[in-house]
Design a protein around this ligand. Sequence first.
Ligand code: HEM
Length: 96
Amino acid sequence: MGTAVKSWSAYRTNPLITWSATGALVLLPIQVLLGGLTVTQDLKPIIVTTHLGVATLILLCLLTTTLSSWIIETGGPKSNPERSEYDAPEKGGVEP
Ligand code: HEM
């Protein structure tokens, strides 16, 4: 929840960050529901597999949020100071 709120306040112009963080927030209650079903439905394979699939999607979303914002803040690995297109707009970067 905090990650999604912060993504909308600090990175509003970057749809990759805002929507990956929001995606994780939307998937979380589904995952909790599936976790409950995993228990009550005696580990039915389709439910356990979906539970694992949604967990993977949440991980993917949050990894995207983290890496995108890290690249914006630091310029990424071996960043070239001559190139500013990956910077936030207030640091001279180009709007996405
Ligand atoms: C953010 C919430 C959750 C995440 C990210 C998550 C993630 C996972 C993952 C990655 C596995 C391993 C799946 C596999 O080996 O196939 C798992 C297994 C399991 N989860 Fe969750 N889970 C969440 C919530 C819950 C909740 C709320 C419950 C129960 C109320 C639950 C019950 C279980 C059970 C019983 C298993 C074992 C399934 C087995 O024995 O194969 N999970 N969960």
